[in-house]
Design a protein around this ligand. Structure first.
Ligand code: G3P
Length: 217
Protein backbone atom coordinates (compact mmCIF):
# COMPACT_ATOMS: atom_id res chain seq x y z
CA UNK A 1 0.00 0.00 0.00
CA UNK A 2 1.27 3.46 -0.87
CA UNK A 3 1.35 6.13 1.84
CA UNK A 4 0.34 9.70 1.04
CA UNK A 5 0.42 12.36 3.73
CA UNK A 6 -2.74 14.42 4.14
CA UNK A 7 -1.39 17.91 4.86
CA UNK A 8 -0.24 21.16 3.23
CA UNK A 9 2.44 21.88 5.84
CA UNK A 10 5.70 21.78 3.86
CA UNK A 11 7.95 21.17 6.88
CA UNK A 12 5.95 18.10 7.96
CA UNK A 13 6.08 16.74 4.40
CA UNK A 14 9.84 17.33 4.25
CA UNK A 15 10.42 15.50 7.56
CA UNK A 16 8.32 12.44 6.63
CA UNK A 17 9.81 12.34 3.15
CA UNK A 18 13.31 12.32 4.66
CA UNK A 19 12.34 9.15 6.59
CA UNK A 20 11.46 7.60 3.23
CA UNK A 21 7.85 7.12 4.28
CA UNK A 22 6.04 9.07 1.58
CA UNK A 23 4.75 8.03 -1.82
CA UNK A 24 2.72 11.21 -2.33
CA UNK A 25 0.70 14.04 -0.78
CA UNK A 26 -2.96 15.07 -0.68
CA UNK A 27 -4.25 18.52 0.10
CA UNK A 28 -7.75 19.99 0.22
CA UNK A 29 -9.09 23.53 0.69
CA UNK A 30 -9.33 23.07 4.47
CA UNK A 31 -5.71 21.93 4.70
CA UNK A 32 -4.58 24.85 2.48
CA UNK A 33 -6.45 27.26 4.79
CA UNK A 34 -4.76 25.63 7.81
CA UNK A 35 -1.31 26.13 6.23
CA UNK A 36 -1.94 29.88 5.92
CA UNK A 37 -0.02 29.82 2.61
CA UNK A 38 -0.79 30.88 -0.96
CA UNK A 39 -2.35 27.82 -2.64
CA UNK A 40 -0.35 27.71 -5.86
CA UNK A 41 2.90 28.61 -4.10
CA UNK A 42 2.57 25.86 -1.48
CA UNK A 43 1.52 23.21 -4.04
CA UNK A 44 4.55 24.09 -6.21
CA UNK A 45 6.83 23.78 -3.15
CA UNK A 46 5.33 20.42 -2.13
CA UNK A 47 5.82 19.13 -5.68
CA UNK A 48 9.53 19.92 -5.34
CA UNK A 49 9.78 18.01 -2.05
CA UNK A 50 8.18 14.73 -3.17
CA UNK A 51 8.53 12.89 -6.46
CA UNK A 52 5.13 11.19 -6.17
CA UNK A 53 1.63 12.50 -6.90
CA UNK A 54 0.46 15.68 -5.15
CA UNK A 55 -3.31 16.24 -5.13
CA UNK A 56 -4.49 19.85 -5.49
CA UNK A 57 -8.23 20.53 -5.43
CA UNK A 58 -10.25 22.80 -7.68
CA UNK A 59 -12.48 25.40 -5.99
CA UNK A 60 -15.00 25.88 -8.81
CA UNK A 61 -18.34 24.08 -8.66
CA UNK A 62 -19.17 24.18 -12.39
CA UNK A 63 -17.60 22.16 -15.19
CA UNK A 64 -16.10 25.08 -17.13
CA UNK A 65 -14.64 26.61 -13.98
CA UNK A 66 -13.19 23.25 -12.91
CA UNK A 67 -11.56 22.75 -16.30
CA UNK A 68 -10.00 26.23 -16.25
CA UNK A 69 -8.66 25.74 -12.72
CA UNK A 70 -7.49 22.19 -13.47
CA UNK A 71 -5.29 23.46 -16.30
CA UNK A 72 -3.69 26.06 -14.01
CA UNK A 73 -3.06 23.47 -11.29
CA UNK A 74 -1.72 20.84 -13.71
CA UNK A 75 0.75 23.40 -15.08
CA UNK A 76 2.32 23.91 -11.62
CA UNK A 77 4.32 20.66 -11.82
CA UNK A 78 4.37 17.28 -13.58
CA UNK A 79 3.35 15.44 -10.41
CA UNK A 80 0.18 17.45 -9.73
CA UNK A 81 -3.01 15.36 -9.59
CA UNK A 82 -6.16 17.46 -9.98
CA UNK A 83 -8.67 16.80 -7.21
CA UNK A 84 -12.31 17.07 -8.25
CA UNK A 85 -15.50 16.80 -6.18
CA UNK A 86 -17.78 13.82 -6.73
CA UNK A 87 -20.54 15.76 -8.49
CA UNK A 88 -21.91 15.45 -12.02
CA UNK A 89 -19.81 18.44 -13.10
CA UNK A 90 -16.78 16.94 -11.39
CA UNK A 91 -17.27 13.63 -13.21
CA UNK A 92 -17.59 15.42 -16.55
CA UNK A 93 -14.34 17.28 -15.87
CA UNK A 94 -12.74 14.00 -14.82
CA UNK A 95 -13.59 12.34 -18.15
CA UNK A 96 -12.24 15.31 -20.12
CA UNK A 97 -9.03 15.56 -18.09
CA UNK A 98 -8.41 11.83 -18.58
CA UNK A 99 -8.66 12.38 -22.34
CA UNK A 100 -6.19 15.26 -21.99
CA UNK A 101 -3.73 13.05 -20.06
CA UNK A 102 -4.16 14.89 -16.74
CA UNK A 103 -4.41 12.68 -13.64
CA UNK A 104 -7.37 13.15 -11.30
CA UNK A 105 -8.39 12.31 -7.73
CA UNK A 106 -12.17 12.28 -7.28
CA UNK A 107 -12.89 13.25 -3.70
CA UNK A 108 -15.72 13.30 -1.16
CA UNK A 109 -16.83 9.76 -2.06
CA UNK A 110 -19.28 8.23 0.40
CA UNK A 111 -20.91 5.39 -1.58
CA UNK A 112 -19.96 2.48 -3.81
CA UNK A 113 -22.11 3.84 -6.64
CA UNK A 114 -20.24 7.15 -6.52
CA UNK A 115 -16.98 5.19 -6.76
CA UNK A 116 -18.34 3.24 -9.73
CA UNK A 117 -19.17 6.49 -11.53
CA UNK A 118 -15.69 7.89 -10.86
CA UNK A 119 -14.05 4.77 -12.29
CA UNK A 120 -16.27 4.92 -15.36
CA UNK A 121 -15.24 8.59 -15.78
CA UNK A 122 -11.59 7.50 -15.79
CA UNK A 123 -10.47 8.81 -12.40
CA UNK A 124 -6.88 8.00 -11.50
CA UNK A 125 -7.84 7.86 -7.79
CA UNK A 126 -11.10 7.62 -5.88
CA UNK A 127 -11.10 9.00 -2.32
CA UNK A 128 -13.65 7.34 -0.01
CA UNK A 129 -13.77 9.21 3.32
CA UNK A 130 -13.67 6.56 6.04
CA UNK A 131 -13.58 8.73 9.14
CA UNK A 132 -16.48 10.94 8.11
CA UNK A 133 -18.67 7.85 7.55
CA UNK A 134 -17.64 6.51 10.96
CA UNK A 135 -18.47 9.94 12.42
CA UNK A 136 -22.13 9.46 11.43
CA UNK A 137 -22.17 5.84 12.69
CA UNK A 138 -21.80 4.21 9.27
CA UNK A 139 -19.10 1.70 8.35
CA UNK A 140 -16.36 3.50 6.43
CA UNK A 141 -14.27 0.36 6.02
CA UNK A 142 -17.17 -1.57 4.48
CA UNK A 143 -17.14 1.02 1.70
CA UNK A 144 -13.47 0.25 0.90
CA UNK A 145 -14.29 -3.48 0.75
CA UNK A 146 -17.24 -2.83 -1.59
CA UNK A 147 -15.23 -0.61 -3.93
CA UNK A 148 -12.39 -3.17 -4.07
CA UNK A 149 -14.83 -5.90 -5.17
CA UNK A 150 -16.53 -3.69 -7.77
CA UNK A 151 -13.27 -2.41 -9.27
CA UNK A 152 -11.83 -5.95 -9.41
CA UNK A 153 -15.05 -7.30 -11.00
CA UNK A 154 -14.61 -4.99 -13.96
CA UNK A 155 -10.85 -4.44 -14.05
CA UNK A 156 -11.03 -0.68 -13.47
CA UNK A 157 -7.59 0.91 -13.13
CA UNK A 158 -8.78 3.65 -10.74
CA UNK A 159 -6.76 3.39 -7.52
CA UNK A 160 -8.60 3.29 -4.19
CA UNK A 161 -7.19 6.05 -1.98
CA UNK A 162 -8.49 5.55 1.57
CA UNK A 163 -9.02 9.07 2.97
CA UNK A 164 -10.26 10.69 6.17
CA UNK A 165 -8.04 8.28 8.09
CA UNK A 166 -8.01 8.95 11.82
CA UNK A 167 -6.00 6.11 13.38
CA UNK A 168 -3.42 3.39 12.89
CA UNK A 169 -6.27 0.90 12.99
CA UNK A 170 -7.82 2.61 9.96
CA UNK A 171 -4.50 2.19 8.12
CA UNK A 172 -4.30 -1.53 8.96
CA UNK A 173 -7.93 -2.19 8.06
CA UNK A 174 -7.63 -0.26 4.79
CA UNK A 175 -4.56 -2.35 3.90
CA UNK A 176 -6.46 -5.56 4.69
CA UNK A 177 -9.37 -4.32 2.55
CA UNK A 178 -7.02 -3.88 -0.40
CA UNK A 179 -6.89 -0.07 -0.65
CA UNK A 180 -4.12 0.90 -3.08
CA UNK A 181 -3.22 4.04 -1.13
CA UNK A 182 -3.95 5.55 2.28
CA UNK A 183 -3.71 9.28 2.79
CA UNK A 184 -2.80 9.78 6.41
CA UNK A 185 -2.37 12.78 8.75
CA UNK A 186 1.30 13.31 9.78
CA UNK A 187 0.74 12.43 13.45
CA UNK A 188 -0.93 9.13 12.52
CA UNK A 189 1.99 8.23 10.20
CA UNK A 190 4.50 8.86 13.01
CA UNK A 191 2.31 6.84 15.39
CA UNK A 192 2.49 3.78 13.14
CA UNK A 193 6.12 3.30 14.18
CA UNK A 194 5.48 3.27 17.91
CA UNK A 195 4.45 0.53 20.28
CA UNK A 196 4.56 0.56 24.08
CA UNK A 197 6.42 -2.76 24.10
CA UNK A 198 9.03 -1.39 21.66
CA UNK A 199 9.68 1.50 24.08
CA UNK A 200 9.77 -0.83 27.09
CA UNK A 201 12.08 -3.29 25.33
CA UNK A 202 14.46 -0.52 24.25
CA UNK A 203 14.64 0.88 27.82
CA UNK A 204 15.66 -2.56 29.06
CA UNK A 205 18.24 -3.04 26.29
CA UNK A 206 19.77 0.39 27.00
CA UNK A 207 20.06 -0.38 30.71
CA UNK A 208 21.53 -3.86 30.12
CA UNK A 209 23.97 -2.56 27.50
CA UNK A 210 25.20 0.20 29.80
CA UNK A 211 25.76 -2.42 32.53
CA UNK A 212 28.16 -4.33 30.24
CA UNK A 213 30.44 -1.24 30.11
CA UNK A 214 31.16 -2.02 26.43
CA UNK A 215 31.18 0.22 23.34
CA UNK A 216 30.65 -0.85 19.74
CA UNK A 217 32.79 2.01 18.31
O1 G3P B 1 -8.04 14.93 2.31
C1 G3P B 1 -9.30 14.45 2.49
C2 G3P B 1 -9.57 13.73 3.80
O2 G3P B 1 -8.50 12.90 4.13
C3 G3P B 1 -10.03 14.62 4.92
O3 G3P B 1 -10.02 13.95 6.16
O4 G3P B 1 -10.16 14.06 8.64
O5 G3P B 1 -10.98 16.03 7.27
O6 G3P B 1 -12.24 13.89 7.32
P1 G3P B 1 -10.90 14.52 7.40
Amino acid sequence: MQFFVDTAIADEIRELNDYGLLDGVTTNPSLIAKSGRDFKEVVAEICQIVDGPVSAEVAAMDHAGMMAEARVLAALADNVVVKLPLTLDGLKACRQLRADGIRTNVTLCFSANQALLAAKAGASYISPFLGRLDDIHLDGMALIHDIRVIYDNYGFDTEILAASIRSGNHVKEAALAGADVATIPPAVIRGLASHVLTDKGLDQFVRDWQATGQSIL
